[in-house]
Design a protein around this ligand. Structure first.
Ligand code: GCW
Length: 717
């Protein structure tokens, strides 16, 4: 009775207040199953989490925020469990002497500096739920894991969980400019309010830290890779220090992007040549200054000699010279360099997909120990689907970091519902075969394949100052999925979606069985309605939002026809031995499989091959018919998402229900536009009829070609 009254009351409050998404997956609504809630309340009646450090204080604060609401009861917070018949113990053996009685040493040892254990146990007949770790931040991660356990309605009985991250540095990369404009940002302005910093740090920064810590993200690169040297000046370093101070208790270190020409722009030097002694001295001093302001500064992320950014090649030096310059300055302080491999040269007529490999592979073994080469998941640029980047597995002597894009630059910005857990997992699970089967990208990145101590995974953030953080209410799932996979790349996108839905919406079984398949199918739907069968780079120029397969002129590798190569004979980019030979950059088993049309996965067909319109696909249809039907299938999928979502009206608070419903309407319209415009455009080459089952286009090709989108955010600064 009490439970249903409570539920009713909470529902009424949610309706009145409108669920605005601010709390993300940390909503801590009462555990809906009364039996579970009562037994958890009993087990956690006394909470022992001495706040002996800012990090343990954060753990305790989180428990104080979460437990009264989750349990619908007020646990006592005490310094010792003593004789309490049941209690929650949180800490390290050092911070909490009562943990020492449990002899956790052997269990804790393999968990390293960030891992934790959760255990349901007994001490002298008294029940103890234990969250223990070797470090305070491990204990904080353990607290979030315990809360997740409760939020997802898992029982505490028999709890026994050990967890430690596989990748050392799990970072968000913010493409945020100092004027708060976010490149490829679709959720408002930057969270970093530089004008008000350092005096005022918005409470929102702490909530950002909480959200990240809850999924194990332990670093943030605050600034855009298209960098502004100003962030390295003293006034900005004070502001960075203020942010670092708020993030630190949550185990999050700050990093900055380093503009390679900073010694010239800020230091007044005549050169930024990495081998010039005055340049080396400038960086050494600058880095020392940074560490005086931010003692645990993480290091630099650098985009150099790429898309107009300055770099060592201007001085006849290479990427290793550039990275090592900064690495030498950072090494005495324990900092690292993440040097991006996203390079392609407009003067080199070679296939863009090959250029990073061509430039970086010969440098393997030439980087300092504190350098990581950071590589996008695919060789072009975060397309809806790409094969894995050929550098993974090709530079065994160098730690290689993986860069994923959480913000939906090519996947419908903050309008389209696209869950990226599946895309991230596909990237991590790809088998490079570099050292035999099982040489996955994940094992290259976590360092286990080539025994590297340093490991980095980065996600280009989708956060902004919109109330719900990510614009689209479902886009927060991508932030969440990135963090969970960064912690454990063996986790499944399904399990991650499951957790996220339970915490973000509710544990209602119908809601789960309806919404989870939508999330899991959404990325494939986006591929189908925009760039199916391995097509890529078909989007409109600059804003990258809608279709633009006709976009031509200017530098060739920024046009669509450069990539799709449609002509009277067929469509697709021949990267096989008869074409650009990009396939030679992959290990032989991968190359051979993808080189041959019958064994090349159809999902990558047009990435690697120029294929005749009449080629017989596995379905028995011609390529042309299949292509058209894929586009139609993408549209149909979005319609099925709409139908599914509509049934959830009674299960979701009105504010989020209506918001997602409206966005899905927009997405359906966009999906039709992609389908109609691409089919009409490609038909000008194929000259074949549109197969049955595909709806006729609403407008003519001219209409679609004339569409302008001046309002897409994140573009053109
Ligand atoms: O994806 C492209 C984007 C650019 C971005 C660049 C990069 C930050 O269109 O906006 O610049 O890649 O990753 O450096």
């Amino acid at each position: 009775m009490r439970a249903s009254l409570l539920t009713l009351l909470l529902f009424a409050v949610a309706v009145l207040r409108g669920e605005d998404g601010y709390r993300l997956w940390l909503r801590y609504e009462p555990i809906s199953n009364p039996a579970l809630r009562h037994s958890a309340a009993e087990a956690l009646g006394t909470v022992v989490c001495p706040a002996s450090s800012p990090t343990l204080q954060a753990a305790r604060d989180e428990l104080q925020l979460a437990l009264p609401s989750l349990l619908d009861a007020s646990p006592a917070f005490a310094d010792m469990a003593g004789n309490a018949s049941s209690a929650l113990l949180v800490g390290t053996p050092e911070s909490l002497p009562e943990l020492q009685e449990l002899n956790l040493g052997d269990a804790l040892k393999p968990l390293g500096n960030e891992g934790f254990l959760l255990r349901d146990t007994k001490v002298a007949g008294r029940r103890r739920i234990v969250v223990a770790a070797n470090s305070d931040v491990g204990a904080l991660y353990g607290v979030f894991a315990l809360l997740r356990h409760l939020q997802t309605n898992e029982p505490l009985d028999g709890l026994n969980l050990l967890s430690a991250p596989k990748i050392q540095r799990r970072l968000l990369n913010h493409w945020d400019n100092l004027n708060r404009w976010v490149e490829r940002g679709y959720a408002g302005l930057s969270l970093w309010d530089w004008f008000n910093l350092p005096d005022y740090v918005s409470p929102r920064i702490r909530d950002y830290a909480r959200a990240n810590a809850s999924i194990g993200i332990n670093g943030a690169v605050l600034t855009n890779v298209n960098a502004n040297a100003q962030v390295l000046t003293p006034p900005f370093l004070d502001k960075v220090a203020a942010l670092a101070g708020t993030l630190r208790p949550y185990g999050i270190r700050v990093y900055l992007t380093a503009r390679f020409s900073a010694p010239v722009e800020l230091g007044g030097l005549k050169t930024a040549d990495p081998l010039d002694p005055s340049v080396r001295a400038w960086w050494k001093d600058k880095v020392a200054e940074i560490y005086r302001a931010i003692p645990d500064f993480g290091g630099f992320l650098v985009k150099a000699n790429s898309e107009g950014q300055p770099g060592p090649q201007a001085y006849g030096r290479n990427h290793a010279d550039g990275a090592n310059l900064l690495a030498d300055a950072l090494a005495p302080h324990g900092g690292i360099v993440m040097w991006r491999a996203f390079v392609y040269d407009q003067n080199v007529p070679d296939d863009r997909a090959k250029q990073a490999y061509t430039e970086f592979k010969p440098l393997d073994g030439q980087f300092r120990d504190n350098v990581v080469v950071q590589i996008k998941n695919g060789p072009i640029d975060f397309m809806p689907r790409e094969p894995f980047h050929p550098l993974f597995g090709a530079m065994p002597k160098t730690p290689l970091g993986l860069e994923l894009q959480i913000t939906q630059e090519y996947l419908g910005a903050s309008i389209h519902l696209v869950y990226l857990g599946t895309l991230f997992k596909e990237a991590l699970a790809a088998d490079t075969h570099a050292e035999g089967p099982g040489s996955t990208v994940a094992r290259v990145v976590d360092g286990s394949l080539d025994r590297h101590a340093l490991s980095v995974i980065a996600g280009v953030a989708n956060t902004g100052n919109e109330r719900n953080w990510t614009g689209h209410p479902i886009a927060a799932a991508n932030w969440y999925a990135f963090g969970r996979l960064a912690w454990d790349h063996e986790a499944t996108p399904d399990a991650i979606a499951d957790e996220w839905i339970r915490m973000t919406f509710s544990n209602d079984p119908t809601l789960l069985s309806t919404l989870k398949p939508v999330l899991l199918e959404s990325r494939e739907a986006a591929v189908d309605y925009s760039m199916p069968l391995g097509l890529h780079h078909l989007m409109a120029r600059d804003h990258h939002y809608g279709p633009g397969p006709w976009v031509d002129g200017g530098r060739a590798d920024w046009t669509a026809p450069y990539y799709h190569r449609a002509d009277a004979a067929g469509i697709g980019f021949d990267r096989s031995s008869t074409g650009s030979k990009a396939l030679d950059q992959y290990a032989p088993p991968v190359r051979d499989e993808w080189e041959n049309l019958p064994t090349c996965p159809e999902a990558l067909l047009l990435w690697f091959h120029h294929v005749s319109w009449d080629y017989r696909m596995k379905s028995g249809r011609t390529l042309w018919d299949e292509l058209c039907l894929r586009y139609q299938h993408g549209v149909d999928s979005v319609r099925s998402f709409q139908k599914a979502w509509d049934t959830l009206e009674p299960k979701v608070d009105p504010a989020r229900f209506l918001h997602v419903q409206a966005l899905l309407r927009h997405q359906e319209r966009d999906a039709r536009e992609w389908r109609d415009s691409c089919i009409l455009y490609f038909q000008t080459f194929s000259k074949r009829p549109i197969p049955t089952g595909v709806e006729p286009a609403e407008h003519s090709l001219d209409f679609y070609e004339a569409v302008k989108r001046p309002d897409v955010p994140g573009t053109g600064q």
